[in-house]
Design a protein around this ligand. Structure first.
Ligand SMILES: [Zn+2]
Ligand SMILES: [Zn+2]
Length: 334
């Protein structure tokens, strides 16, 4: 494969091992002509708290060394428009892939986890992972289609219905995006955020979307609860706040150790509650996210706190781990 003169090397941010993130020049990947892969020119990659967690401690699905980044928007040489990337390589043939649940494919390889991701100027990606942007949606905003798609997967798994009252634990960028997903179901979100330093950052978003954020769980009844924070106590609190027949969606993985008392399990039994998991998203979830964003990009723009170059990513990770920043976008083409 030939590249234009001077295009053999590209800038990339590669995690070598826990804590060792290197900004370097690496060869531009060459797409083998026999496959359906294409070379995407990455224009924007949003940083995710999971990227920061992988830098600090690794991740179940991370294979090192790895170029991180899974919230990606870019362009193809010689083609108009931008695309976002569904960050998965699934087999396309198993019962999950053919049943529209390709995020559960047993041979799933995640871009930015098992394969190199979008914190690089170019990304080798299967063509069928690309989703075109609706007209007028700005590419830096569209980079948030993946996390919003994951939130939509969660509300579908929790079977959130019109008119439901839904409790969301955490009002960081994911908790706030979850409130948009809840509203997309014509349901009513309430977010709980215990950090008084984080609540002021949500002001513009809450004013625009009329979202209610409480410092503690209100003494009310909800039909569903979703955790967008990793503390295990949210599970007990969510079960306690649920009406009969409600469902709790495990969205964020829980940190550290902990045990659940049998009384909580009995609550699930007596009130016939459902516990569901949600991990990643499907292409359909991401398409739904793009449509939602195109209709109303303002709330997503409120979540973008700033832009940082590839070389500045490492400095921002500690603040992301402490929940001190909202979404940060890395623009890759000057
Ligand atoms: Zn993410
Ligand atoms: Zn499959």
């Amino acid at each position: 494969m030939n590249h234009p003169e001077g295009d053999f090397m590209m800038k990339a941010l590669r995690l070598e091992s826990a804590g060792k993130l290197h900004f370097l020049d690496v060869p531009v990947p060459s797409p083998p002509e026999t496959t359906k892969e294409v070379l995407l020119k990455v224009t924007h990659c949003a940083l995710c708290r999971t990227d920061a967690k992988m830098w600090r401690e690794g991740h179940r699905d991370l294979v090192l060394p790895r170029v991180l980044g899974h919230e990606i928007c870019g362009t193809l040489e010689g083609e108009p428009g931008h695309h976002v990337v569904w960050p998965g390589l699934s087999c396309g043939e198993c019962q999950y892939c053919s049943g529209g649940m390709e995020n559960l494919c047993p041979s799933m390889k995640i871009i930015g986890f098992h394969r190199d991701g979008g914190l690089a100027e170019r990304l080798l990606v299967p063509r069928d992972c690309l989703l075109p942007l609706p007209p007028a949606l700005k590419p830096h905003v569209a980079a948030l289609a993946e996390p919003l798609g994951c939130c939509l997967n969660a509300v579908h798994q929790a079977k959130v219905q019109q008119g439901d009252r839904v409790l969301i634990f955490g009002a960081g960028p994911v908790g706030l995006m979850m409130s948009l997903a809840v509203r997309a179901m014509n349901a009513e979100p309430t977010a709980v955020e215990t950090s008084s330093t984080r609540r002021p950052k949500t002001k513009a978003f809450c004013e625009r979307t009329d979202l209610r954020i409480e410092p503690t769980v209100p003494r009310e009844t909800f039909q569903a609860a979703i955790n967008a924070t990793s503390s295990l106590e949210t599970f007990a609190q969510g079960i306690g706040a649920m009406g009969p027949g409600g469902s709790f969606c495990l969205f964020s993985g829980f940190d550290g150790r902990g045990a659940l008392p049998a009384s909580i399990l009995n609550e699930i039994h007596y009130r016939q509650l459902s516990i569901v998991g949600a991990y990643g998203c499907t292409r359909k979830n991401m398409k739904e996210a793009l449509e939602l964003m195109a209709l109303r990009p303002g709330p997503l723009e409120d979540l973008i706190e700033g832009f940082v170059g590839l070389e500045g990513v490492k400095e921002i990770f500690p603040a992301m781990l402490h929940g001190e920043v909202m979404k940060i976008i890395v623009p890759l083409q000057s």
